[in-house]
Design a protein around this ligand. Structure first.
Ligand SMILES: Nc1ncnc2c1ncn2[C@@H]1O[C@H](COP(=O)(O)OP(=O)(O)OP(=O)(O)O)[C@@H](O)[C@H]1O
Length: 336
């Protein structure tokens, strides 16, 4: 049985398909990106989403952030179905759920100084920041993410990559959100800065009880930060459960493959080998192999009109993470 604590955010059987080029008029052909994805984010906990490039992680994040509509399925925040949000619920949602993306240069307005970037979420929530109290609030945010207040007058391009991502995190924290969806927040950073940002995220969670959805290719980081994990292959959840349980006893061969490709601090290990996962069977069903630990297994065939006719296997280019770990920073062992 799954732990029955009311989730902060819940996705139920989310599917998403993009129309193939030229298909609007002809009404045929879709690129199915996600299929029947279910997940839960608990209060004060972190859910990791992993999977190869193109498996649908960012699309899933956009749907959780209400930036994109699923083709079918439901997302609930604090028990409320996003499809039927009132204007007031929508406003509260955009205050309570924030995002941090991979590339802060493209997510931060290049024409705004750091102070205006941090003040923006307050404006959007109708909170007036003025005078000393306003300056103090911005200084508090900067301090929270370990940035010097002198940087408030800088433009994003005048900050280092690590400083920019700290600023993006500060902006996400401005409205005191309950959930931050972080889509590969450290991937674009120098490896030595990655550990600092990972520690910052964890400290912020300890201090503020914020929940995270954390997307990463790096399973060591997922193990460091996340409590629960969802493994995506070709847009389907092949395994989900508590991080420790899934890492200690991975049941799906794709999860096993990802874990084999994860760097471990073993100087004798040979890295750089790429293993390709087998395509998912056409018919699958989710099985609970241990309490709260779910695995996608080959299921019994049945007619499914919504599935593109003739499709037999995943059409993504499935390339598994290839870990080249010559230059791991000294802090790496903290993740292991
Ligand atoms: N707007 C779009 N229109 C059509 N196809 C799209 C669109 N956005 C994404 N896709 C396709 O959906 C699939 C999933 O993309 P997505 O970006 O969600 O994957 P991902 O797991 O986040 O990949 P990565 O790890 O490389 O960021 C890909 O095949 C991608 O080409």
């Amino acid at each position: 049985m799954e732990v029955m604590q009311a989730p902060l955010l819940e996705a139920l059987k989310l599917s998403h398909a993009y129309p193939l080029p030229g298909s609007w008029l002809q009404k045929r052909g879709v690129h199915e990106v996600l299929r029947d994805v279910s997940l839960r984010v608990q209060k004060g906990r972190t859910l990791g989403i992993v999977g190869e490039s193109g498996s649908g992680k960012s699309t899933l994040c956009r749907m959780l952030l209400k930036l994109e509509q699923p083709t079918s399925g439901v997302v609930r925040f604090a028990g409320d179905d996003m499809r039927t949000f009132t204007a007031q619920q929508r406003k509260a949602f955009h205050r309570d759920v924030q995002a941090v993306f991979q590339d802060p240069l493209s997510s931060l307005n290049p024409r705004m100084r750091a102070a205006s970037i941090l003040a923006e979420p307050f404006d959007a929530s109708g909170i007036r920041l003025a005078g000393d109290a306003g300056r103090e609030r911005l200084a508090e945010l900067m301090k929270l993410v370990g940035l010097d207040t002198a940087l408030l007058s800088r433009y994003p391009r005048q900050l280092s990559g690590g400083q920019r991502q700290r600023l993006a995190i500060a902006r996400a924290l401005a409205t005191e959100p309950q959930l931050i969806v972080a889509d590969e927040p450290v991937t674009a950073l120098d490896v030595s800065v990655q550990a600092q940002i990972m520690n910052l995220l964890r400290d912020l969670q300890d201090a503020r009880g914020v929940s995270y959805v954390f997307v990463s290719h790096n399973l060591s980081m997922v193990r460091f930060l996340c409590h629960d994990i969802v493994v995506l292959q070709s847009g389907r959840v092949v395994e989900r459960g508590a991080v420790e349980q899934v890492f200690e006893d991975p049941q799906h061969e794709y999860t096993q493959l990802l874990l084999r490709a994860t760097p471990v601090p073993d100087p004798d290990a040979v890295w750089g080998h790429v293993e390709r996962p087998r395509p998912l069977p056409v018919v699958c069903e989710e099985v609970e192999v241990a309490p709260g630990h779910f695995v996608l297994r080959e299921g019994v065939a049945h007619e499914d009109a919504s599935f593109p006719a003739g499709r037999r296997e995943c059409h993504h280019e499935c390339v598994v993470l290839c870990a080249v770990v010559d230059d791991w920073p000294a802090g790496y062992r903290e993740y292991a």
